[in-house]
Design a protein around this ligand. Structure first.
Ligand SMILES: Nc1ncnc2c1ncn2[C@@H]1O[C@H](COP(=O)(O)OP(=O)(O)O)[C@@H](O)[C@H]1O
Ligand SMILES: [Mg+2]
Length: 302
């Protein structure tokens, strides 16, 4: 069977980080003799009318692929491709939930999985503080230091460690109308976390990240990494977390709680894989491509 695919990335951000993941996937797909093409979301126009739902490409008429690996967060485009009957990995819905940390925590709590205690800040159209009673209740539930975390963010850049009420009020003011949560700070995990990469129902690679001078363990925030052998419990949790948002593959961040018990920090549906390769020598792209081929061939044979 001759399978064709697109690997979609976003070319609006500076740096090579974003095309990099796409290129790893492309290489893995070519090794399977698959006909794949890297496309940026900016060259694909989702067209809608009463009589037509399509994607316009330079090539006319557009030749649509059998599958798409979606390394971007442009969920409208992902959804458009799904509406055209194309298999999209991850699905637009999984990407939507993963991208929004609030939706992710709601999903994880629904699945009764361990997460830090979290309070969703009420939506506001102005920079509005909580009423004193509500603020006090939040502080009572979470304590200080406390994490303030924007719903949308990566590389640790939109995560803040807050030490007292005055700083909390200031941080709330700074965030103005952005969606965010207040969250219990897991102090046993200061400067460290675990990244487990799940593909299908298995953990294919893992690393431990540590920072000597920051509460965040992100490599981009100055953390270092080493290969890690996750426990059964950690693996099970990462797989359940991935499944709870309906993702086919994901990089799951685990915090280290009391007695080394794992706590889910976040789920990245579009996790970059180069750092993990550098730390472990494992190329996650080959697992992702194998997984997609199995799924597609399974569907065709059915
Ligand atoms: N509740 C928490 N308690 C302790 N550390 C946290 C908590 N939330 C986040 N962190 C630290 O901050 C880092 C970044 O947070 P994360 O939610 O993964 O956001 P990002 O998407 O920016 O990576 C985590 O890897 C972890 O080291
Ligand atoms: Mg993270």
């Amino acid at each position: 069977m001759h399978v064709t695919g697109w690997i979609i990335y976003n070319d609006s951000l500076p740096g090579k980080k974003f095309i990099d993941f796409a290129q790893w996937l492309e290489k893995a797909a070519i090794q399977r003799a698959s006909n794949v093409k890297i496309m940026s979301n900016s060259e694909l126009l989702s067209f809608l009318s009463q009589s037509e739902l399509s994607v316009l490409t330079e090539e006319q008429p557009s030749a649509l692929p059998d599958f798409v690996v979606f390394t971007d967060k442009d969920i409208y485009l992902a959804k458009q491709l799904e509406l055209l009957g194309i298999s999209v990995f991850n699905s637009s819905e999984a990407i939507r939930i993963s991208d929004d940390k609030i939706l992710t925590y709601q999903q994880l709590a629904t699945a009764k999985l361990p997460i830090p205690k979290t309070i969703i800040y009420p939506k506001t159209f102005t920079s509005q503080q909580l009423k004193p009673g509500a603020l006090q209740a939040a502080i009572h539930r979470l304590g200080f230091p406390m994490i303030v975390k924007e719903a949308f963010g990566s590389f640790g850049e939109q995560v803040y460690l807050i030490h007292n009420k005055a700083d909390l009020i200031q941080q709330i003011k700074n965030l103005a109308t952005k969606p965010f949560v207040l969250q219990r700070f897991i102090s046993t995990s200061y400067g460290k976390d675990l990244r487990l990469h799940v593909v299908g129902n298995k953990v294919v690679a893992a690393m431990k990240r540590q920072s000597a001078h920051d509460f965040r363990a992100n490599i981009t925030a100055g953390g270092t990494m080493e290969a890690y052998e996750p426990s059964e419990e950690e693996q099970k949790l990462a797989i359940l977390a991935t499944q709870s948002i309906g993702a086919d593959f994901a990089g799951v961040d685990l915090l280290v709680g009391e007695n080394d018990s794992p706590i889910i920090c976040e789920i990245n549906s579009n996790a970059h894989i180069r750092n993990l390769f550098d730390a472990t020598g494992i190329n996650v792209a080959t697992f992702i491509i194998d997984y997609i081929f199995k799924k597609i061939e399974g569907n065709t044979n059915a």
